[in-house]
Design a protein around this ligand. Structure first.
Ligand code: HPA
Length: 277
């Protein structure tokens, strides 16, 4: 209950801070920050200015909302997200999505770094989420019912087919190798064991990560169209023989900066074309 009230208030604050009213919002995960350099007439709002947004913790993540034009369309970009593994509750993790929905955003593109489980995936590849498996052990909708919002949210098409098509088309000119598959979300922050990865493969997962699913669920409850894309920053545990490190994830994220920027800009352009049709 207070969740929506607070989100409404924060959205009203945001509406006083900017004249832009974007229909499209992006959430940037590791490896996707490069797109910020392509935003024109950018206006930056620090998360501190937005009540209900806590401070952001992980290296490589900053806490700001950037508004501006990307590929010719107005966008709202959340640079820096809150993770469940940092100790935040899932209502905190997903609060920015509620704020964006109250602010009037209609479509949401979530991005993340993920470990590749599918045998054909290589570091530097991308995966558009066709579906997900929530293995976090928690659901962001647990708790008091949100007035005016569905209690039992349908997730039979969490990730919009139309937006997924745009992701596929956006990948080509960016020279990004784009797969489609199932993302499995764990709570983290430890990486998985090789036995867990073998189990997840059997369950039908193609990639594994520690974010995105809570935001996608809340976005669906708010009636937003959702798309999500993973940058495969590493092979999942036991798939490469070597150990995993956050350093490796960040290093790959740096290497793909230009590619992810092109991918997201192309997506925004195609989105604008779709809107005008
Ligand atoms: N596992 C979980 N989360 C991740 C990984 C991984 O291998 N790589 C990037 N985020």
């Amino acid at each position: 209950m207070s969740r929506t009230l607070d989100a409404t208030k924060t959205a009203a604050r945001l509406a006083r801070l900017t004249r832009l009213r974007p229909a499209l919002a992006l959430v940037l995960g590791s490896g996707f920050q490069g797109v910020l350099e392509r935003v024109e007439s950018a206006q930056t709002i620090a998360y501190e200015k937005l009540p209900g947004f806590p401070a952001v913790g992980v290296a490589g993540h900053q806490g700001k909302l950037v508004l501006g034009q990307l590929g010719g369309v107005p966008v709202a970009i959340l640079s820096g997200r809150f993770h469940y593994y940092e100790g935040h509750g899932l209502d905190t993790v997903t609060f920015p999505v509620r704020v964006l929905a109250e602010f009037g955003v209609r479509d949401l593109l979530l991005t993340n770094a993920a470990g590749g489980i599918h045998r054909r995936f290589r570091p530097g590849d991308f995966m558009a989420l066709a579906d997900h498996i929530n293995f976090m052990g928690a659901n962001p909708l647990r708790g008091a019912a949100v007035p005016g919002r569905e209690r039992f949210v349908d997730l039979s098409e969490t990730y919009s087919r139309d937006l997924r098509k745009l992701l596929r088309r956006a990948a080509k000119p960016a020279r990004a190798r784009m797969h489609e598959g199932v993302y499995l979300a764990v709570s983290g922050p430890s990486y998985e064991t090789p036995a867990e990865i073998r189990a997840f493969a059997r369950l039908g997962a193609d990639a594994v990560g520690m974010s995105t699913v809570p935001e996608a669920i809340v976005a669906r409850q708010c009636g937003l169209r959702v798309a999500a894309v993973s940058c495969i920053t590493n092979l999942a545990a036991g798939r490469s023989g070597g150990p995993l490190s956050h350093h490796e994830v960040l290093a790959l994220s740096q290497q793909v900066k230009a590619k992810t920027a092109a991918l997201l800009e192309n997506f925004a352009k195609l989105y604008a074309e779709e809107k005008s049709n």
